[in-house]
Design a protein around this ligand. Sequence first.
Ligand code: BV8
Ligand code: ZN
Length: 241
Amino acid sequence: MDDRIETAKQMIRNSGSIAVLTGAGISSDSGIPTFRGEGGLWRNFSPQQLATPQAFQRDPKLVWEWYNWRREVISKAKPNAAHHTLRKMEETKDNFWIITQNIDGLHTKAGNKKVIEFHGNIWREKCSMCDFRRYNEVVYDPQDIPPRCPICGGFLRPDVVWFGEMVPQEVLEKAISIVELSDTFLIIGTSGVVYPAAYLAELAITRRKNTIEINREMTPFSELVTVSILGRAAELLPKLV
Ligand code: BV8
Ligand code: ZN
């Protein structure tokens, strides 16, 4: 294990431009349940059942109860040592970007400026009928959900990318160019099963970048990356800088 950490440390030290793909695992040390780990279920629903346009169409109140519960959890969560290490990396590297699958906003809270929120942000809301959008950092009272659009009265929805929805083209293209321009690619705390986010890791591996994975369990990338380190991000990441 130690020589893996040493190898990863050297790669990061010698790298001019670093791109990082993060998933729910990096926030689990802040007390936010991951999608597929323990605590990931809510009222016995899986994310795949609720994070879809169909579920919202069918029962906007239920979907909002789930997001409002997540808002409650996230509002109490603080960035952890893994987030803080990535902020330090952004400060010391001339070219550094985070592409996060998480909608919890913790990378921005930790002070990172160059963050691509690949699946949106839980505090942003958009109207399901007109093009109204707003940033609204509130946990709703139960009787106020689903919230209504102040312009047209339609239901507001979380401004996130659901299963079956496209990641906005400009976000996808920017993320791909960041991977192409990086020489080291970190994959932290993701099970690597959701596309097109997982495609970014595949691209880094295909382009033969220096790829480093930090995860608590093996993933489809573990055998393919340059260095795969098993463990908690909050414990391991600080050791790499
Ligand atoms: C798309 C935002 C084109 C919302 C998320 C059928 C119909 C339509 C599409 C599909 C379909 N079948 C498949 C697809 C494609 C689908 C997909 O990939 N499905 C998977 C499940 C197979 N993708 C999509 O639908 C995407 N869009 O394809 O559009 C299209 C359009 C129309 C029709 C067809 C195709 C959009 C996907 C985006 C979904 N939105 N989130 C919200 O958050 O509410 S996905 C959500 O789950 C996350 O954002 C993340 O991306 C994903 C996976 O979660 P992870 O972050 O990886 O977390 P997970 O719990 O899985 O793993 C955590 C890992 O961390 C674990 O490995 C664990 O061991 C580790 N860990 C835990 N603790 C720690 C740790 N590691 C380190 N330290 C620790 N302390
Ligand atoms: Zn509206």
